[in-house]
Design a protein around this ligand. Structure first.
Ligand SMILES: O=C(O)c1ccccc1N[C@@H]1O[C@H](COP(=O)(O)O)[C@@H](O)[C@H]1O
Length: 220
């Protein structure tokens, strides 16, 4: 099975270039000021343009994702207009009603993240699935965490056993180059997403870890 992989929290050209050259299918750009990977819109615009140009020069297909947390309409409109991402990832507590509003408002495909610690959490995907292109299953962050994602927290991958999904879905949360093959095999995940697991410090993407993650994910 071909596994699709997203490298999230891209905040430098070297990280984007390495991810594209190593076969990433999607790159994520964080708009959330508490994140060490946060990029103001102007910086994201410049970096996304460089990434698109590099992918096009290499004839690689890569989709660019803007990641937001409980965004208001003003921010969403701004992101859609200025960044023109292929996807917007909603990584907060957006309700199904709010996701339906966003879908009606924007002409951008959506990814909805939900945090998982039980089978019931996985089942909540059913109500979102008709509204979005992909679901993303992440761990519940620790209680004292300031970020809803990007903290390297893992969940029990066996909770995903038997989950089919209307569309291919992402497994995320605490993945790294050493555990990604096991995670894919256990969860039967068609797509994976990583942020902190390919860093040498908060917000510091490590090119060799990006390359190793993609090799191990795609070799599965
Ligand atoms: O990466 C971030 O800083 C981030 C901030 C706010 C919302 C989501 C964020 N990242 C997403 O979280 C998952 C899991 O991260 P990790 O691999 O466990 O560090 C990541 O795949 C991003 O989609």
């Amino acid at each position: 099975m071909t596994i699709l992989a997203k490298i999230c929290g891209i905040n430098s050209f070297i990280a984007a270039q390495t991810a594209i050259d190593s076969g990433a299918d999607l790159l994520g750009f964080i708009y959330f000021s508490k994140s060490p990977r946060h990029l103001p819109i102007d910086n994201a615009q410049a970096l996304m343009q460089q990434a698109r140009q590099h992918a096009s020069a290499r004839a690689n297909k890569v989709n660019l994702v803007s990641v937001v947390v409980n965004p208001d309409n003003e921010l969403l409109d701004h992101i859609a207009r200025e960044l023109k991402p292929d996807f917007i990832q909603l990584h907060g507590h957006e309700t199904p009603e709010r996701v339906a509003d966003i879908r009606a408002r924007l002409n951008v495909s959506l990814i909805k993240a939900i945090s998982v610690s039980s089978k019931d959490d996985v089942a909540t995907a059913r109500v979102y699935e008709p509204l979005v292109a992909h679901m993303l299953f992440d761990a519940k962050p620790p209680k004292d965490a300031t970020l809803p994602g990007g903290v390297g927290a893992k969940f029990d991958w066996t909770l995903m056993e038997g989950h089919k999904g209307l569309a291919p879905w992402f497994l995320a949360g605490g993945l790294d180059p050493w555990n990604v093959a096991d995670a894919i095999a256990t969860a039967k995940a068609p797509m994976v997403d990583v942020s902190s697991g390919v860093e040498r410090g908060p917000g510091l993407k490590d090119p060799s870890l990006i390359t190793q993650f993609l090799k191990n994910a795609k070799g599965s």
